[in-house]
Design a protein around this ligand. Structure first.
Ligand code: CMP
Length: 154
C-alpha cells in the first residue's frame, strides 16, 4: 500500500480543526500508520520547502510553519497520494473545490491547513524526512475488508 505524509499546519491547530481533519481522513478509509506533534526545525523547513527557498514568500512561510507545533501523520492506502490530494484540494484555499479540506476550511494560499505529498516518490522521501521507520506502525485494521474489495487487498 502507498504512503503519504500529511502536515497539519499551525493554522489548523490554532483554529481547532485538528479533529475535523483527522476525521475526514479516517472516514475516507485511509489508515493512520504514524502520528506525532513537532515544532519543525530550521533544517527540516528548508529541506521540505527546498523548491520554495528562493521565492519571496519563503521567509513568511517559514515563520508561519514554525509559529506553533504541527501534527505530522503518515496515511496508508491504495493510491493514497492521489486520494489524499483530492481530499486536500488545490493550494489556494479560497478557490479550492468545495468539499475539499482547503475548499471548506481555508481562505489563504499560505495558511492552507494541510500539506500532503504530491507524488509517490515525494511521499517516500517526506515520510523518511519526518519519521523513523520504527515510528511507522504495522497493524491490521479490521475495516479493511469493508473499505476495499478482496482483489484490491490482494
Ligand atoms: P504546501 O502544500 O505545503 O506546499 C508549499 C506551500 O507553500 C503551500 O502549501 C503554501 O502553504 C505555500 N505557498 C505556496 N505558494 C505560496 C504563495 N504564493 N504565497 C504564500 N505561500 C505560498
Amino acid at each position: 500500500m502507498e504512503r503519504t505524509l500529511i502536515i497539519v499546519k499551525p493554522d489548523a491547530l490554532q483554529r481547532n480543526l485538528l479533529g475535523e481533519i483527522i476525521g475526514r481522513f479516517e472516514r475516507k478509509g485511509l489508515k493512520i500508520v504514524a502520528m506525532k506533534m513537532e515544532r519543525i526545525s530550521d533544517m527540516k523547513v528548508a529541506e521540505h520547502y527546498a523548491h520554495h527557498v528562493d521565492k519571496p514568500f519563503f521567509p513568511e512561510l517559514k515563520g508561519f510553519m514554525q509559529a506553533a507545533p504541527v501534527v505530522l501523520m503518515v496515511l496508508e492506502g491504495l493510491e493514497a497520494v492521489e486520494a489524499v490530494r483530492l481530499i486536500t484540494g488545490e493550494t489556494k484555499g479560497r478557490t479550492a473545490d468545495a468539499g475539499t479540506i482547503r475548499g471548506d476550511l481555508a481562505m489563504s494560499m499560505q495558511a492552507n491547513i494541510v500539506h500532503a505529498s504530491d507524488s509517490v516518490e515525494n511521499g517516500i522521501a517526506e515520510v523518511a524526512r519526518f519519521f523513523e521507520e520504527s515510528e511507522v506502525m504495522e497493524y491490521d485494521k479490521n475495516d479493511a475488508e469493508w473499505v476495499y474489495s478482496k482483489e484490491e487487498l490482494a
